[in-house]
Design a protein around this ligand. Structure first.
Ligand code: M6R
Length: 605
């Protein structure tokens, strides 16, 4: 699984500072909001870090006369704690003997942080990562060696971790650990290196090993040694990388969009690890009696709002209205005693920010759901939830959409549990269904060739309807938006029941109708809608639940997804439609990462 959140680079070599800064620049494509480095000089750790871009950081760097041969660096994409100098990595322990950089999300850091504070540790940042340095220090204070302390630390910490550590206790080593988040190492006559991605290592070596899950790797001059978490020596497998720089930035995928589609299992796993305290804080703003709740967003984020609205009705028996942000001020007048849940991956969409400002001016409270900590939406919201997708570079929203759906599901499920609208038993059942999603999506992605062939067959179509009923209307709208924005095929998402009130007039032999038809209570009616379209010569491509022979029979093409609780089908069924849009665009000779007339973040109203 590929993970992009932050960039790590470390090396033992000559001209370490230059190499770290160059390595971090090569990781810039991943997106970041702050930069930092730590080097060892005269048995002292020197740290420099700041919010902002690497070029600015270099301009202000005051380390000209330092000649170090060991160091680590980091580009941060904020997930816990806003972008700031304090929250930038590296982080240190209290004694100044240990510096760490981390990429990933720690699940149990709050509880450990509290315990360490009780023991006298002083924290300088609001990050989850800082706890790593303090925990290692705590074990050392209790008599353990540096390596033992590091092993114990990673046995205790839950979550995804790629970490590089330097210490004046053993000043000739960089100690790396990896679980779920990637960390690669390379060795050559130019030095020993670690990095969170291959492009950073390419100037020095093409002989690269991926650190296996749950392994510690100790880097020394001309030497690399891997151990398991109990200290048993193990082997690393080196491979010769033949990618050029551009291919390496995309982890070998031809486009960012497909890379990001394949990152979805990881993005969802990390979003499922959001500490409950963040969800509970948001719930406080939903709880007042007689409160009206609205959801607002634009484009794909609006589709997440629509999902939230269906979810609220089905799970909570509550009517929560979704409103497209650009229409918000036109359609809502009285917002007193209201809460608005505003969804935006970038956190900078002008229409959504305008809706938020308007709602606030009318007395509403705002819950933000965004992928970008430190963005305008996090500043304007009373409370926010940060989805854990990592930066999304392709213009078409993919992984950020699925993590929005997951976040809103977590929020409403927990709200329902607290309000007694969902029983403990149903809550647990649904949570175990949700926890299956990353694995299921991995399985769906393994079948991407099926979609590729269907995309080839339909890539020269000029029109497509995406039809569904109930909560899968969300999937239909999102599937149509994906297809139209990157393939320029005219595509419309419609409630299937509405299709006979006008849209059916366009159907003639060969018109493509894509039905989202998993097994839920709308299935019988959907079959009726498929037959109506088929009777008029439409070509039918259906997304169905595994083993649904009846819909297979009446479809020209189909794609099967595993069975899941019906309210979660949009999360699964969106994936084949993202793949479909991607492959159609590629077959039409278009660049899916840069669709015409579109920007990643629409900052004009
Ligand atoms: O950053 P936001 O989520 O606020 O962006 C909203 C829309 O501009 C965005 O979802 C757009 O529709 C995407 N290009 C869809 O793929």
């Amino acid at each position: 699984m590929v993970k992009i959140l932050c960039g790590i680079f470390g090396c033992i070599s000559e001209d370490v500072l230059e190499k770290i800064l160059d390595g971090l620049k090569r990781l810039e494509y991943r997106g970041y909001d702050s930069v930092g480095i730590a080097i060892i000089d005269n048995n002292k750790i020197i740290i420099r870090k700041d919010k902002g871009k690497i070029s600015e950081f270099i301009k202000n760097l005051d380390l000209n006369n330092i000649k170090s041969n060991i160091g680590i660096g980091h580009t941060r994409w904020a997930t816990h704690g806003a972008p700031s100098k304090e929250n930038a990595h590296p982080h240190m322990d209290c004694s100044g003997r240990i510096a760490i950089v981390h990429n990933g999300v720690l699940e149990n850091f709050l509880q450990i942080r509290e315990e360490l504070i009780k023991k006298g540790h002083r924290f300088s940042s609001k990050t989850d990562s800082e706890v790593i340095a303090h925990l290692i220090e705590d074990f050392i204070n209790n008599g353990l060696s540096l390596k033992e302390a590091i092993r114990n630390t990673f046995k205790i910490l839950k979550g995804s971790i790629a970490c590089a550590i330097i210490s004046t206790i053993e000043p000739d080593k960089i100690i790396c650990y990896r679980r779920e988040s990637p960390l690669v190492i390379g060795i050559s006559s130019k030095g020993v290196f670690c990095a969170s991605d291959i492009p950073a290592l390419l100037p020095y070596t093409r002989n690269i090993a991926i650190i296996p899950d749950d392994k510690i790797v100790i880097l020394e001059k001309n030497k690399v040694q891997a151990e398991d978490i109990n200290g048993e020596i193990c082997k690393l497998e080196y491979n010769e990388v033949t990618w050029n720089l551009e291919q390496a930035e995309k982890s070998g995928y031809p486009h960012f969009m497909i890379k990001e589609i394949f990152e979805q299992p990881r993005a969802i796993s990390d979003t499922l690890k959001i500490p409950l305290i963040y969800i509970d804080r948001a719930i406080e703003y939903l709880e007042n009696k007689n409160k009206r709740i609205y959801l607002t967003g634009s484009g794909t984020s609006y589709h997440a709002c629509l999902f939230g609205s269906y979810l609220a009705s089905h799970l909570l028996s509550m009517d929560i209205r979704p409103v497209i942000s650009s229409e918000f001020t036109e359609i809502l007048s009285s917002l007193e005693n209201s809460t608005v849940i505003a969804i935006s991956q970038s956190g900078e969409t002008a229409d959504t920010l305008n809706a938020i400002r308007y709602a606030k001016s009318k007395g509403a409270k705002i819950i933000g759901i965004t992928n970008t900590l430190g963005s305008s939406i996090t500043n304007l919201s009373d409370v926010y939830i940060c989805t854990q997708s990592g930066p999304e570079i392709g213009v078409a929203a993919t992984k950020t959409f699925l993590t929005q759906l997951i976040s809103i599901t977590l929020l409403f499920l927990r709200y329902g549990l607290k309000k007694g609208k969902i029983s403990e038993v149903d809550y647990s059942k649904l949570m175990s269904e949700i926890n299956r999603i990353p694995k299921i999506i991995e399985e769906i992605l393994k079948k991407s060739d099926i979609i590729k062939n269907i995309a080839l067959k339909y890539s020269s179509k000029q029109n497509a309807y995406f039809l569904a009923r109930g909560i899968n209307l969300v999937t239909a709208l999102e599937g149509a938006l994906k297809l139209k924005e990157i393939s320029y095929i005219h595509a419309e998402g419609y409630p299937a029941g509405e299709s006979k009130h006008g849209p059916i007039a366009l159907i003639e032999p060969g018109f493509l109708c894509i039905f989202i038809a998993p097994k839920d209570n709308t299935r019988e009616k959907i079959i009726g809608n498929i037959m109506e379209m088929k009777a008029r010569g439409a070509e039918i491509f259906s997304i169905i639940t595994e083993g649904d022979e009846e819909i297979k029979e009446i479809s020209d093409e189909y794609f099967e997804v595993p069975h899941i609780h019906y309210i979660l089908y949009p999360i699964l069924c969106t994936v084949p439609l993202q793949l479909f849009a991607y492959y159609v665009a590629v077959f039409r000779g278009l660049d899916p990462d840069k669709p015409r007339n579109l920007a990643k973040s629409v900052t004009v109203p």
